[in-house]
Design a protein around this ligand. Structure first.
Ligand SMILES: [Zn+2]
Length: 66
């Protein structure tokens, strides 16, 4: 079980999706479920969390960083 600090977190700031690194970003955020990172449903899962289509470029970044 991964701790929450190791989990990827994405934030939506003024309509832009950002991968949260070490700095804290304010905005609507969502953690990426560890079980979803490896799954083809990751984009669907994040789109559901944000209630907006999640960009696929960020999906590849999240997968690369984890
Ligand atoms: Zn999920």
């Amino acid at each position: 079980m991964q701790s929450i600090t190791q989990m990827a977190r994405v934030v939506r700031v003024q309509g832009d999706f950002l991968l949260q690194g070490n700095k804290r970003l304010s905005g609507r955020g969502a953690h990426v479920c560890p079980q979803c990172i490896q799954s083809p449903n990751l984009q669907k899962c994040l789109s559901r969390s944000f209630k907006a289509p999640f960009p696929s470029e960020l999906i590849s970044q999240i997968v690369k960083n984890n």
